[in-house]
Ligand binder design. Sequence first.
Ligand SMILES: [Fe+2]
Length: 339
Amino acid sequence: MLLRITIQQARVGMFVHRVDGNWLDSPFWTRSFKLAQPRDLVRLRQSAITSLVIDLSKGVGPLKASSALALGGSRRVAAQRAAPTSRLPTSEERELRRAAAMLHRTTRKLRTLFETVGAGDGLDTAVVHEVVADIETAVRERPRALLTMTRLKSKDEYSYRHSVAVCALVTHFARFLSLDAQTIQNLSIAALLHDIGKITIPSELLGKPGKLTGEEMALMQTHPQASYDLLQDERDLPDLVRDLCLHHHERIDGRGYPSGLAGAAISLPLRILSICDVYDAVTSIRPYKDPWSTKTALARMSRWHGQFDPVLLLRFFQSIGVAEQDLRKAGADLGPRAA
Ligand SMILES: [Fe+2]
Protein backbone atom coordinates (compact mmCIF):
# COMPACT_ATOMS: atom_id res chain seq x y z
CA MET A 1 0.00 0.00 0.00
CA LEU A 2 1.23 3.46 -0.92
CA LEU A 3 0.87 6.25 1.59
CA ARG A 4 1.69 9.93 1.27
CA ILE A 5 3.32 11.47 4.34
CA THR A 6 4.88 14.79 5.25
CA ILE A 7 8.63 15.07 5.54
CA GLN A 8 8.27 15.44 9.33
CA GLN A 9 6.71 11.96 9.50
CA ALA A 10 9.61 10.28 7.69
CA ARG A 11 11.64 7.82 9.77
CA VAL A 12 14.42 5.30 9.34
CA GLY A 13 13.16 1.97 7.96
CA MET A 14 10.65 3.48 5.54
CA PHE A 15 10.72 2.59 1.86
CA VAL A 16 10.31 5.75 -0.21
CA HIS A 17 8.34 4.94 -3.35
CA ARG A 18 8.89 8.47 -4.66
CA VAL A 19 9.43 12.02 -3.47
CA ASP A 20 6.79 14.59 -4.42
CA GLY A 21 7.90 17.43 -6.63
CA ASN A 22 10.98 17.84 -8.75
CA TRP A 23 13.70 15.19 -8.66
CA LEU A 24 16.21 18.03 -8.51
CA ASP A 25 14.85 18.91 -5.07
CA SER A 26 15.79 15.48 -3.75
CA PRO A 27 19.23 14.82 -2.28
CA PHE A 28 18.98 11.21 -3.49
CA TRP A 29 20.05 9.79 -6.80
CA THR A 30 17.11 7.43 -7.29
CA ARG A 31 13.37 8.02 -7.06
CA SER A 32 12.76 4.89 -4.90
CA PHE A 33 15.01 3.99 -1.99
CA LYS A 34 15.05 2.69 1.55
CA LEU A 35 15.67 5.19 4.32
CA ALA A 36 18.25 2.96 5.91
CA GLN A 37 20.48 5.35 7.87
CA PRO A 38 19.77 8.29 10.19
CA ARG A 39 22.04 10.45 8.01
CA ASP A 40 19.72 9.72 5.03
CA LEU A 41 16.83 11.05 7.07
CA VAL A 42 18.78 14.19 7.95
CA ARG A 43 19.67 14.80 4.29
CA LEU A 44 16.04 14.38 3.31
CA ARG A 45 14.81 16.79 6.00
CA GLN A 46 17.41 19.35 5.00
CA SER A 47 16.24 19.27 1.38
CA ALA A 48 13.40 21.24 -0.22
CA ILE A 49 11.18 18.13 -0.34
CA THR A 50 8.01 18.55 1.73
CA SER A 51 6.18 15.23 1.19
CA LEU A 52 6.86 11.64 0.18
CA VAL A 53 5.00 8.57 -0.96
CA ILE A 54 6.06 5.48 0.99
CA ASP A 55 5.43 1.80 0.27
CA LEU A 56 4.18 0.08 3.42
CA SER A 57 4.77 -3.38 1.95
CA LYS A 58 8.53 -2.70 1.77
CA GLY A 59 9.20 -0.77 4.97
CA VAL A 60 7.82 0.66 8.18
CA GLY A 61 4.98 3.20 8.32
CA PRO A 62 4.68 6.52 10.15
CA LEU A 63 4.36 6.51 13.91
CA LYS A 64 0.97 8.24 13.78
CA ALA A 65 -0.86 6.47 10.95
CA SER A 66 -3.90 8.70 11.40
CA SER A 67 -2.00 11.80 10.39
CA ALA A 68 -0.72 10.25 7.16
CA LEU A 69 -2.80 10.23 4.04
CA ALA A 70 -3.60 7.40 1.66
CA LEU A 71 -2.95 8.42 -1.97
CA GLY A 72 -5.84 10.37 -3.42
CA GLY A 73 -6.54 12.82 -0.59
CA SER A 74 -5.07 15.86 -2.22
CA ARG A 75 -6.70 18.53 -0.02
CA ARG A 76 -4.86 17.51 3.10
CA VAL A 77 -1.54 17.16 1.32
CA ALA A 78 -2.02 20.62 -0.14
CA ALA A 79 -2.45 21.97 3.39
CA GLN A 80 0.63 20.06 4.52
CA ARG A 81 2.63 21.43 1.61
CA ALA A 82 1.61 24.95 2.48
CA ALA A 83 2.87 24.56 6.04
CA PRO A 84 6.32 25.97 6.74
CA THR A 85 9.05 23.34 6.53
CA SER A 86 11.69 22.63 9.12
CA ARG A 87 14.46 22.81 6.52
CA LEU A 88 17.72 24.25 7.83
CA PRO A 89 18.50 27.22 5.60
CA THR A 90 22.25 26.83 5.93
CA SER A 91 22.26 23.33 4.50
CA GLU A 92 21.16 24.44 1.05
CA GLU A 93 23.75 27.19 1.09
CA ARG A 94 26.39 24.63 2.05
CA GLU A 95 25.37 22.38 -0.83
CA LEU A 96 25.44 25.30 -3.26
CA ARG A 97 28.91 26.28 -2.05
CA ARG A 98 30.16 22.72 -2.52
CA ALA A 99 28.63 22.52 -6.00
CA ALA A 100 30.14 25.90 -6.88
CA ALA A 101 33.58 24.79 -5.68
CA MET A 102 33.34 21.58 -7.73
CA LEU A 103 32.20 23.56 -10.74
CA HIS A 104 35.04 26.06 -10.38
CA ARG A 105 37.58 23.20 -10.14
CA THR A 106 36.04 21.31 -13.05
CA THR A 107 35.73 24.36 -15.27
CA ARG A 108 39.43 25.15 -14.75
CA LYS A 109 40.42 21.59 -15.62
CA LEU A 110 38.17 21.51 -18.69
CA ARG A 111 39.52 24.81 -19.98
CA THR A 112 43.10 23.50 -19.74
CA LEU A 113 42.04 20.18 -21.27
CA PHE A 114 40.28 21.81 -24.25
CA GLU A 115 43.08 24.31 -24.85
CA THR A 116 45.72 21.57 -24.70
CA VAL A 117 43.83 19.51 -27.28
CA GLY A 118 43.33 22.63 -29.42
CA ALA A 119 47.10 23.22 -29.34
CA GLY A 120 47.62 19.69 -30.68
CA ASP A 121 49.13 18.33 -27.48
CA GLY A 122 46.70 15.45 -27.04
CA LEU A 123 43.98 14.61 -24.55
CA ASP A 124 44.84 13.82 -20.96
CA THR A 125 42.37 10.95 -20.45
CA ALA A 126 43.29 10.65 -16.77
CA VAL A 127 41.92 14.17 -16.26
CA VAL A 128 38.80 13.28 -18.27
CA HIS A 129 38.11 10.32 -15.97
CA GLU A 130 38.83 12.47 -12.91
CA VAL A 131 36.32 15.11 -14.02
CA VAL A 132 33.65 12.53 -14.92
CA ALA A 133 34.05 10.94 -11.46
CA ASP A 134 33.80 14.36 -9.80
CA ILE A 135 30.58 15.16 -11.67
CA GLU A 136 29.09 11.73 -10.97
CA THR A 137 29.70 12.20 -7.22
CA ALA A 138 28.20 15.71 -7.25
CA VAL A 139 25.08 14.59 -9.14
CA ARG A 140 24.59 11.70 -6.70
CA GLU A 141 25.11 13.81 -3.58
CA ARG A 142 23.76 17.23 -4.51
CA PRO A 143 21.94 17.14 -7.87
CA ARG A 144 19.78 20.19 -7.27
CA ALA A 145 22.67 22.39 -6.15
CA LEU A 146 24.84 21.27 -9.05
CA LEU A 147 22.24 21.86 -11.73
CA THR A 148 21.24 25.19 -10.16
CA MET A 149 24.84 26.32 -10.43
CA THR A 150 25.37 25.00 -13.97
CA ARG A 151 22.26 26.80 -15.28
CA LEU A 152 24.00 30.15 -14.87
CA LYS A 153 26.50 30.42 -17.70
CA SER A 154 28.65 33.42 -18.49
CA LYS A 155 29.90 34.02 -22.02
CA ASP A 156 33.42 32.94 -21.08
CA GLU A 157 32.47 29.76 -19.34
CA TYR A 158 29.38 28.68 -21.27
CA SER A 159 30.98 25.75 -23.10
CA TYR A 160 32.62 24.32 -19.99
CA ARG A 161 29.56 24.63 -17.76
CA HIS A 162 27.36 23.28 -20.54
CA SER A 163 29.68 20.27 -20.82
CA VAL A 164 29.48 19.67 -17.06
CA ALA A 165 25.67 20.03 -17.04
CA VAL A 166 25.17 17.68 -20.01
CA CYS A 167 27.54 15.18 -18.42
CA ALA A 168 25.48 15.31 -15.20
CA LEU A 169 22.18 14.93 -17.06
CA VAL A 170 23.25 11.99 -19.26
CA THR A 171 24.80 10.21 -16.28
CA HIS A 172 21.55 10.49 -14.37
CA PHE A 173 19.32 9.62 -17.33
CA ALA A 174 21.41 6.61 -18.40
CA ARG A 175 21.24 5.27 -14.84
CA PHE A 176 17.51 5.88 -14.77
CA LEU A 177 17.27 3.75 -17.93
CA SER A 178 19.45 1.03 -16.29
CA LEU A 179 22.07 1.09 -19.04
CA ASP A 180 25.25 -0.91 -18.40
CA ALA A 181 28.17 0.73 -16.59
CA GLN A 182 30.44 0.83 -19.66
CA THR A 183 27.85 2.60 -21.81
CA ILE A 184 27.17 5.10 -19.02
CA GLN A 185 30.91 5.80 -18.72
CA ASN A 186 31.29 6.33 -22.47
CA LEU A 187 28.22 8.55 -22.58
CA SER A 188 29.52 10.67 -19.69
CA ILE A 189 32.89 11.13 -21.41
CA ALA A 190 31.21 12.01 -24.71
CA ALA A 191 28.97 14.53 -22.95
CA LEU A 192 32.05 16.20 -21.50
CA LEU A 193 33.84 16.35 -24.86
CA HIS A 194 31.03 16.66 -27.43
CA ASP A 195 31.51 20.39 -28.04
CA ILE A 196 35.32 20.44 -27.80
CA GLY A 197 35.32 21.35 -31.51
CA LYS A 198 33.90 24.76 -30.57
CA ILE A 199 37.43 25.86 -29.71
CA THR A 200 37.86 26.17 -33.49
CA ILE A 201 34.93 28.62 -33.77
CA PRO A 202 35.58 32.38 -33.26
CA SER A 203 34.45 33.44 -29.77
CA GLU A 204 32.42 36.40 -31.16
CA LEU A 205 30.31 33.89 -33.03
CA LEU A 206 29.88 31.58 -30.02
CA GLY A 207 28.63 34.48 -27.91
CA LYS A 208 26.54 36.20 -30.59
CA PRO A 209 23.16 36.97 -29.06
CA GLY A 210 21.09 37.41 -32.23
CA LYS A 211 20.25 35.14 -35.13
CA LEU A 212 23.22 33.76 -37.08
CA THR A 213 23.60 34.49 -40.80
CA GLY A 214 23.69 31.57 -43.24
CA GLU A 215 27.46 31.76 -43.42
CA GLU A 216 27.83 31.94 -39.65
CA MET A 217 25.46 29.01 -39.20
CA ALA A 218 27.47 26.93 -41.69
CA LEU A 219 30.65 27.71 -39.74
CA MET A 220 28.97 26.88 -36.41
CA GLN A 221 27.81 23.55 -37.81
CA THR A 222 31.39 22.47 -38.42
CA HIS A 223 31.98 21.99 -34.68
CA PRO A 224 30.88 18.30 -34.40
CA GLN A 225 33.30 17.32 -37.17
CA ALA A 226 35.98 19.43 -35.45
CA SER A 227 35.29 17.57 -32.17
CA TYR A 228 35.76 14.27 -33.99
CA ASP A 229 38.93 15.42 -35.74
CA LEU A 230 40.50 16.72 -32.53
CA LEU A 231 39.87 13.39 -30.82
CA GLN A 232 40.54 11.00 -33.69
CA ASP A 233 44.08 10.12 -32.64
CA GLU A 234 43.20 9.53 -29.01
CA ARG A 235 43.59 5.76 -28.88
CA ASP A 236 42.46 5.63 -25.24
CA LEU A 237 39.02 6.84 -26.22
CA PRO A 238 36.50 4.23 -27.42
CA ASP A 239 35.10 4.75 -30.95
CA LEU A 240 31.66 5.22 -29.39
CA VAL A 241 32.82 8.44 -27.71
CA ARG A 242 34.12 9.88 -30.99
CA ASP A 243 30.93 8.85 -32.82
CA LEU A 244 28.74 10.48 -30.20
CA CYS A 245 30.76 13.70 -30.51
CA LEU A 246 30.48 13.63 -34.29
CA HIS A 247 26.74 13.00 -34.43
CA HIS A 248 25.30 14.85 -31.44
CA HIS A 249 23.36 17.24 -33.72
CA GLU A 250 21.69 14.52 -35.82
CA ARG A 251 17.89 14.29 -35.74
CA ILE A 252 15.56 11.32 -35.84
CA ASP A 253 13.99 12.62 -39.09
CA GLY A 254 17.36 12.85 -40.85
CA ARG A 255 17.42 16.66 -40.95
CA GLY A 256 20.34 17.02 -38.56
CA TYR A 257 24.05 17.39 -39.26
CA PRO A 258 26.76 16.54 -40.24
CA SER A 259 25.63 13.23 -41.80
CA GLY A 260 21.83 13.42 -41.91
CA LEU A 261 21.52 10.10 -40.04
CA ALA A 262 17.92 9.03 -39.44
CA GLY A 263 15.79 6.59 -37.44
CA ALA A 264 17.55 3.37 -36.46
CA ALA A 265 20.94 4.77 -37.56
CA ILE A 266 20.77 6.96 -34.45
CA SER A 267 21.78 4.83 -31.48
CA LEU A 268 20.23 4.97 -28.00
CA PRO A 269 23.30 6.72 -26.46
CA LEU A 270 23.12 9.31 -29.25
CA ARG A 271 19.40 9.89 -28.64
CA ILE A 272 20.13 10.38 -24.94
CA LEU A 273 22.97 12.84 -25.57
CA SER A 274 20.89 14.82 -28.05
CA ILE A 275 18.01 15.30 -25.58
CA CYS A 276 20.26 16.28 -22.65
CA ASP A 277 22.31 18.65 -24.82
CA VAL A 278 19.25 20.59 -25.98
CA TYR A 279 17.52 20.51 -22.58
CA ASP A 280 20.52 22.15 -20.90
CA ALA A 281 20.84 24.77 -23.64
CA VAL A 282 17.19 25.87 -23.45
CA THR A 283 17.06 25.96 -19.64
CA SER A 284 20.35 27.84 -19.22
CA ILE A 285 20.44 31.38 -17.88
CA ARG A 286 22.27 33.55 -20.41
CA PRO A 287 22.81 37.32 -20.41
CA TYR A 288 20.69 37.74 -23.55
CA LYS A 289 17.82 35.29 -23.11
CA ASP A 290 15.35 34.10 -20.52
CA PRO A 291 15.76 30.46 -19.59
CA TRP A 292 12.85 28.11 -20.12
CA SER A 293 11.42 26.37 -17.09
CA THR A 294 11.43 22.57 -17.12
CA LYS A 295 7.70 22.61 -17.87
CA THR A 296 8.14 24.98 -20.83
CA ALA A 297 11.04 22.88 -22.13
CA LEU A 298 8.83 19.79 -21.98
CA ALA A 299 5.95 21.51 -23.79
CA ARG A 300 8.13 22.97 -26.55
CA MET A 301 10.59 20.11 -27.06
CA SER A 302 7.71 17.63 -27.37
CA ARG A 303 6.33 19.71 -30.24
CA TRP A 304 9.58 19.63 -32.21
CA HIS A 305 8.48 16.66 -34.26
CA GLY A 306 11.31 14.74 -35.82
CA GLN A 307 14.09 16.11 -33.64
CA PHE A 308 14.09 13.59 -30.78
CA ASP A 309 12.97 10.07 -30.01
CA PRO A 310 9.51 10.97 -28.60
CA VAL A 311 9.24 8.09 -26.14
CA LEU A 312 12.74 8.70 -24.82
CA LEU A 313 11.99 12.41 -24.50
CA LEU A 314 9.13 11.67 -22.10
CA ARG A 315 11.33 9.23 -20.18
CA PHE A 316 13.93 11.97 -19.79
CA PHE A 317 11.43 14.38 -18.27
CA GLN A 318 10.14 11.55 -16.09
CA SER A 319 13.71 10.97 -14.88
CA ILE A 320 14.02 14.55 -13.67
CA GLY A 321 10.76 14.36 -11.76
CA VAL A 322 8.16 16.00 -14.02
CA ALA A 323 4.61 15.22 -12.85
CA GLU A 324 2.70 12.47 -14.64
CA GLN A 325 -0.16 14.72 -15.76
CA ASP A 326 2.34 17.04 -17.49
CA LEU A 327 3.96 14.03 -19.18
CA ARG A 328 0.56 12.80 -20.38
CA LYS A 329 -0.27 16.23 -21.76
CA ALA A 330 3.06 16.39 -23.60
CA GLY A 331 2.58 12.79 -24.82
CA ALA A 332 -0.56 13.87 -26.65
CA ASP A 333 1.56 16.28 -28.72
CA LEU A 334 4.06 13.61 -29.72
CA GLY A 335 3.90 11.49 -32.82
CA PRO A 336 4.56 7.72 -32.94
CA ARG A 337 7.99 6.51 -31.90
CA ALA A 338 10.58 6.74 -34.63
CA ALA A 339 12.34 3.54 -35.72
FE1 LIG B 1 27.10 20.93 -30.19
